[in-house]
Design a protein around this ligand. Structure first.
Ligand SMILES: Cc1cc2nc3c(=O)[nH]c(=O)nc-3n(C[C@H](O)[C@H](O)[C@H](O)COP(=O)(O)O)c2cc1C
Length: 184
């Protein structure tokens, strides 16, 4: 048995070729995300496909001006619907500091879809990088996202123009316990 190839080969890509990503390719990424599991099958995720240079630039600017993002012809903005666990009238203003317990569950579920998406991209030879260095209060208005939605990540997608070495991971054995916490 071998590990799935995209799990091994995926890297965060921050340099892209000036080549297009087709609508068909984007649809495959979204179909992979669509199949993600979620707690109680709540399926909180929605995605905004952004191709417009003007809008990508605004998203880049609220993402701490990470200029490399602009090389990617498509951004997939991953948005979690807080309404899957919280009734409309009971929604307080949700931001990164919110202690709301449901937010943790919704974010947990939404990130699974993003991982499906980036692994499918790696499988197709496309490059991606998670971007989550923004504040919801800044990115929501750029995309017209209402306050009952939470932006989990922006994924720039493009044809990679770099092959980074694997980034270090902590020692494998150090993260595995047997039967009980602390026992190896
Ligand atoms: C939730 C999350 C947020 C991230 N945000 C950013 C970001 O804003 N900008 C960036 O350049 N990389 C970002 N990254 C990429 C990480 O730096 C990268 O995954 C990590 O260094 C490991 O490298 P690898 O993805 O190539 O294995 C983010 C990754 C995750 C999972």
């Amino acid at each position: 048995m071998k590990l799935l190839e995209p799990i091994v080969s995926r890297r965060s890509i921050r340099k892209f070729k000036d080549e297009p990503v087709t609508d068909e390719q984007v649809e495959l990424l979204l179909r992979a995300a669509h199949l993600a599991p979620s707690g109680s099958n709540t399926q909180p995720s929605n995605y905004i496909v952004v191709r417009s240079e003007e809008v990508r630039r605004k998203v880049m600017e609220v993402s701490h001006e990470q200029k490399w993002m602009m090389q990617a012809p498509v951004f997939i903005v991953c948005v979690a619907d807080l309404g899957v666990r919280i009734k409309e009238g009971e929604l307080p203003a949700i931001d990164e500091e919110s202690p709301l317990p449901e937010l943790k569950l919704i974010l947990r579920d939404a990130t699974i879809g993003v991982d499906h998406l980036v692994l499918q991209a790696a499988h197709m030879g496309l490059g991606t990088c998670w971007v989550a260095w923004f504040k919801n209060a800044d990115i929501r208005p750029v995309l017209g996202i209402p306050d009952n939605q939470y932006v989990v990540a922006v994924i720039p997608v493009g044809v990679p123009d770099q092959s980074p070495k694997p980034r270090p991971r902590k020692d494998f054995d150090s993260m595995v316990y047997k039967e009980k916490w602390g026992e190896r």
